[in-house]
Design a protein around this ligand. Structure first.
Ligand code: ZN
Length: 115
């Protein structure tokens, strides 16, 4: 892959990573930040029962969001890792180059369109 294009895609990935981390920080705490491993927080446990109910509801709402953000973050981290290892842009399945247009839309794509 052309180095200029790769560094552009890397910049996109780093931006996406920062945004995902920022969003995750609002609803979760990092378990292993390097791996993009997060845990949804319950928030401060309130003293009275009504407060606790709100927190549980919030947790239930946040959990699917957190899992989606975490999954996206792990994909971004994986893509950055592939850039370091020089395997970026190759399909995980068939080892062929992933279409550039596809990578521009989704820089963390692991497989080609066919796969
Ligand atoms: Zn493929």
């Amino acid at each position: 892959m052309n180095e200029t294009i790769q560094s552009e895609l890397k910049a996109l990935l780093l931006k996406e990573k920062a945004e995902l981390e920022e969003n995750l920080a609002r609803i979760a705490r990092p378990v292993d930040k390097d791996k993009g491993d997060y845990e949804t927080t319950f928030g401060e446990v309130g003293a009275d029962r009504e407060d606790n109910t709100t927190e549980v509801e919030e947790y239930t709402d946040n959990l699917p969001v957190e899992l989606t953000l975490e999954k996206n973050l792990q994909e971004v981290i994986g893509a950055l890792d592939r850039i370091e290892k020089d395997t970026y842009g190759l399909c995980e399945n068939c080892q062929k180059e992933i279409n550039l247009e596809r990578l521009k839309v989704n820089p963390s794509a692991k497989t080609c369109i066919k796969c």
